[in-house]
Design a protein around this ligand. Structure first.
Ligand SMILES: [Zn+2]
Ligand SMILES: [Zn+2]
Length: 135
């Protein structure tokens, strides 16, 4: 029995499936991932065995490689949402956790590159939480 995950970009033009298992789930706080996501950290699932299948919109997929680094990202050419990609010469599937639809039961394994954390990224679980935008 192999797992099947479905995902898409924000506008829905690009849709995909991942067949198989993820081996790692990392929250990366490095400078590149912070800029790339505009947030505290990236949240990516990794697999060396799972298969990525584009269901729709593969022609929408764009890739950006940051010159002089190994940082790269795939995204939808219409809505710019993060999408899965193959890295390490096609050996490693990287899937942005937020691109998956429905419930993801896997828990993150670790925060990584925490020495590069944003100054405000500290004890965030202590910040007040609201169900909706507070009025
Ligand atoms: Zn899109
Ligand atoms: Zn990173």
């Amino acid at each position: 029995m192999s797992n099947r995950y479905a995902g898409s970009c924000l506008c829905g033009a690009a849709r995909f499936e991942v067949l198989g298992e993820f081996e790692r789930f990392y929250l990366c706080h490095c400078e590149f991932c912070r800029k790339d996501t505009g947030s505290a950290h990236a949240a990516n699932l990794f697999s060396s065995t799972a298969v990525l299948k584009w269901v729709a919109g593969e022609d929408q997929v764009r890739q950006f490689n940051l010159p002089g680094t190994r940082h790269s990202k795939c995204f939808c050419g219409t809505c710019a949402a993060a999408l899965p990609m193959m890295q390490v010469q096609g050996q490693l599937l990287v899937v942005p956790a937020g691109s998956l639809n429905g419930e993801v039961r896997i828990r993150p394994d670790a925060h990584i590159f925490v020495s590069s954390k944003a100054s405000w990224d500290d004890e965030l679980e202590k910040v007040p939480a609201f169900e909706r935008f507070p009025v």
